[in-house]
Design a protein around this ligand. Structure first.
Ligand SMILES: [Fe+2]
Length: 160
């Protein structure tokens, strides 16, 4: 199965969210490469954990920025995120309890399609309301980083 890649048509117009999407694509590709190279279940399990954790963080960040910019459909978008997180959690649990080639094939199918589908089907809808909202985005992002790190630093705004 081929790896997936980010392209400009997937841009939601917010640098930090595009960067998240590119990072998630890299993590998905690492899973793909691990399967291709016959990596053991321990490594695959670590990759799935990392992918889940970063996806969860990304969804929180995305929802906070959508709200800060006044996007009307955040609640519906949140439900889609919740469903995706639940699917990924289920995958992790199944892999932890009974890893198999068949399950890995199923996970590959899921991982190789969900993110691109989600960006195209959901995320691009909020892109128009994020235009010219650099200040709102920076403020909301600074607050988010503060919550996570409890230390506001100048670095938290460097991502813009
Ligand atoms: Fe999303």
């Amino acid at each position: 199965m081929a790896t997936i890649s980010w392209s400009e048509d997937l841009s939601v117009g917010v640098h930090i969210l595009d960067a998240d999407h590119r990072l998630l694509i890299n993590l998905i590709n690492k899973f793909e490469e691990a399967i291709e190279s016959g990596a053991g279940n321990a490594k695959i399990s670590i990759l799935l954990d990392g992918l889940y954790d970063y996806t969860d963080f990304h969804f929180i960040r995305e929802e906070i920025l959508m709200r800060a910019c006044g996007y009307a459909n955040v609640d519906a978008h949140h439900l889609v995120h919740e469903k995706l997180c639940a699917q990924m959690m289920e995958i992790r649990k199944r892999h932890a309890s009974d890893p198999s080639d068949a399950l890995n094939a199923e996970i590959r199918e899921f991982l190789n399609s969900w993110l691109i589908k989600h960006i195209k089907g959901q995320d691009l809808k909020y892109a128009p309301v994020m235009v010219d909202k650099d200040l709102e985005i920076a403020k909301a992002h600074a607050s988010l980083i503060h919550q996570y790190s409890e230390v506001e630093s100048a670095e938290s705004t460097d991502v813009f």
